[in-house]
Design a protein around this ligand. Structure first.
Ligand SMILES: Cc1cc2nc3c(=O)[nH]c(=O)nc-3n(C[C@H](O)[C@H](O)[C@H](O)COP(=O)(O)O)c2cc1C
Length: 164
């Protein structure tokens, strides 16, 4: 049964207080690379080291993660809001968002930004459904951090155009 609208608003208001970083989620189909911005990402286990990422099923990236069973997370620095906007405002179905962005390949072959705070390379261990999202549980099989800077924290007011 649907919740009354005021309950839903209250729940969404409370959820807005959860803190998130901002990441560029990379994956591939064969040698075709793609990436999108993701904030619904969290660490969930240390042994094995695992993260969970929620990707809406209509994202182009969604099908490619299902096919390749691998993804990477490039952790953005606090000065990289523009990159987060870039990877959110168009779809990889129609645009090569990685064109002109320096990137390398993770050990499992996903694109990783060369200029970021850290990266993780993950293989999909399991999936779960949550409404229109698939939660991909990824075991980190490689990772690196590059600096003492602060990570970018998700602030929806910075993405009003990209999210509209
Ligand atoms: C800051 C920010 C965080 C986002 N986080 C997510 C997310 O966690 N999951 C998701 O499915 N979409 C998220 N999005 C939306 C996707 O980045 C956006 O729809 C993107 O264009 C999808 O690209 P694709 O079609 O190439 O996969 C986010 C957008 C922004 C601006």
């Amino acid at each position: 049964m649907d919740r009354p609208e005021q309950d839903r608003d209250a729940i969404l208001g409370a959820l807005a207080n959860l803190t998130h970083g901002v990441y560029v989620l990379g994956t591939r189909r064969g040698r075709q690379m793609t990436a999108m911005t993701a904030a619904w990402v969290t660490r969930i286990s240390e042994r094995p080291p695992c993260v969970a990422v929620a990707v809406r099923e209509d994202r182009y990236t969604h099908g490619l993660i299902l096919e390749s069973a691998t993804f990477s997370l490039s952790v953005l620095r606090e000065d990289q809001v523009d990159l987060a906007t870039h990877f959110a405002e168009t779809s990889g179905e129609y645009h090569d968002k990685l064109l002109g962005i320096p990137y390398g390949l993770s050990p499992s072959g996903s694109p990783v930004l060369l200029d970021c705070l850290a990266y993780l390379d993950c293989k999909v261990l399991d999936t779960a459904r949550a409404g229109a999202h698939t939660v991909f549980i990824g075991e980190a099989i490689a990772g690196e951090s590059y600096g003492p800077d602060y990570p970018l924290l998700y602030d929806p007011t910075e993405y009003e155009e990209a999210l509209s």
